[in-house]
Design a protein around this ligand. Structure first.
Ligand SMILES: O=P(O)(O)OC[C@H]1O[C@H](OP(=O)(O)OP(=O)(O)O)[C@H](O)[C@@H]1O
Ligand code: HPA
Ligand SMILES: [Mg+2]
Length: 161
């Protein structure tokens, strides 16, 4: 597992690779799928790993953005639609995580026959995802490796006061 406190969960490249391979393994047999749809941008790296493991060469992506529709509610808009399929039948839609579930709720309307999978899931979004590898508390923020940088940390003994 990645290093985590109650409120933050830091995922290394190795851990992301391991967890995503586990997710791929759970989707076997690969022959039942036509391809993979990444939810850009967080789903791009996991989707590439899954496409490699399942030997799927058709890889499409969908891009969504949230915008303030009125003072209270954020709504989602499709920035880039898929072209590989009409309704998602035979496709795996891959994202890095499901949090509130808003993104997947929106995409399920667009791709009702696809299978939706994420590496991580928080409780509010679990019903929206068909498979995932690890669940985390709703309050925990996940830091993905592409958002991080290795840096020096003082030894514990040097931090005593
Ligand atoms: O379940 P939800 O509450 O919708 O949250 C999950 C989504 O939020 C993040 O993407 P984000 O929209 O921040 O964009 P990014 O993938 O480009 O980082 C994450 O990659 C998921 O796609
Ligand atoms: O926990 C998270 N980490 C990174 N991006 C996110 N987008 C929604 N929730 C998260
Ligand atoms: Mg995303």
């Amino acid at each position: 597992m990645g290093w985590h406190s109650n409120r933050e969960f830091f995922v290394s490249w190795e851990e992301l690779h391991r967890a995503t391979r586990e997710l791929a393994h759970r989707q076997l047999p690969a022959e039942q799928y036509k391809g993979v749809i990444a939810v850009s941008r967080g789903g791009l790296v996991p989707a590439a790993i899954i496409a490699r493991e399942l030997n799927l060469r058709t890889v499409d992506c969908v891009a969504v953005s949230s915008y303030a529709h009125d003072q209270q509610k954020d709504e989602l808009a499709l920035l880039k639609d898929v072209s590989a399929t009409e309704d998602g039948e035979g496709f795996l839609v891959v994202d890095d995580l499901v949090d509130t579930g808003n993104t997947l709720k929106f995409l399920r309307k667009r791709l009702p026959k696809a299978k939706f999978i994420t590496v991580y899931a928080k409780p509010a979004g679990i019903e929206l995802v068909d498979d995932y590898v690890a669940d985390l508390e709703q309050e925990t923020w996940i830091h993905f490796p592409w958002d991080m940088h290795l840096h020096y940390v003082e030894p514990l003994a040097g931090q005593e006061s």
